[in-house]
Ligand binder design. Structure first.
Ligand code: ATP
Ligand code: MG
Length: 246
């Protein structure tokens, strides 16, 4: 049992799956930058778990995302920690270090190839994305390998047209196997959360409280004094006023 493969699976917090050769295991992979993770990601993954009868969904924060090279991205450790916190109370979910622990730019095709090497053939991979990402996937590096190595699950995302995504996929040269999911639409994005944090606005009900706590404690997204409860803000203002009086 204690083979090099098993040790690798443990090192990356990946689940042990595939022991019963008579059974096909269905492993969901939710990839993303998760800067920070939010309820839109969680709802999409939960619905994929239910509708596709998955055994587990692994959330995999991207190491050094290929398409975000020009942007400032929070450290992999922080994004992983928030992903772990957000997924910890759901037995259908787990978080993995598989991509953040790899050096260099992480490409989904490489991740899928490596996963295929780690798991036996009776484990099938379901790569879950939002409608925006599914339309882009045809342009990703080694898109043909992605089509060969995983089933794709495309979730609705407000502002992105699933029928457009469908047309792009159908028009592509590769044989993608895609399941389209209508999930309860949550108009939430990480970009919006980062902006709210910077402006000192509430993140409550947009991402789990544990993630909000982590953002505050670690001062992510320039959360400084502005990110205080209104009462604390008022108190700070009062203190300033009394100091001024002295
Ligand atoms: P950013 O604004 O920084 O791009 P994001 O909110 O798009 O962040 P990502 O980490 O880029 O989050 O997304 C990871 C995956 O989750 C992508 O496949 C994306 O399409 C999907 N996703 C993100 N937000 C939602 C949402 N509100 N509903 C459904 N899917 C979503
Ligand atoms: Mg995005």
């Amino acid at each position: 049992m204690d083979t090099a493969t098993d040790r690798a699976i443990e090192m990356f917090d990946l689940p042990h799956l595939g022991q019963d050769p008579a059974h096909t295991y269905r492993l969901g992979i939710m990839g993303g930058t998760f800067d920070p993770i939010h309820n839109g990601h969680l709802v999409a993954a939960e619905q994929a778990y239910d509708d596709l009868g998955l055994d587990l969904v692994v959330f995999m924060p991207a190491g050094n995302p290929a398409f975000k090279q020009d942007k400032r991205v929070t450290s992999g450790e922080d994004r992983y920690a928030m992903t772990l916190l957000a997924t910890s109370d759901n037995p259908h979910f787990t978080a993995s270090r598989f991509e953040i622990d790899r050096d260099g730019v992480t490409y989904t095709a490489d991740t899928l190839r490596l996963l295929h090497g780690l798991y036996p053939d009776n484990v099938a991979f379901f790569f879950i994305t939002g409608a925006d990402a599914i339309a882009d996937i045809v342009t990703w590096r080694d898109a043909g390998d992605i089509a060969r190595l995983a089933h794709l699950v495309a979730a609705t995302r407000p502002g992105y047209d699933l029928s457009y995504a469908r047309r792009v996929i159908e028009g592509s040269a590769y044989d993608f196997d895609v399941t389209y999911l209508e999930v309860p639409a949550l108009a939430i994005s990480s970009t919006d959360l980062r902006e709210r944090a910077e402006l000192g606005q509430s993140l409550r009900y947009l991402t789990p409280d544990s993630v909000i706590g982590y953002i505050r404690k670690h001062g992510l997204y320039d959360v400084g004094d502005a990110f205080q409860a209104p009462m604390q803000r008022d108190r700070a203002k009062m203190e300033l006023t009394s100091d001024e009086r002295d």
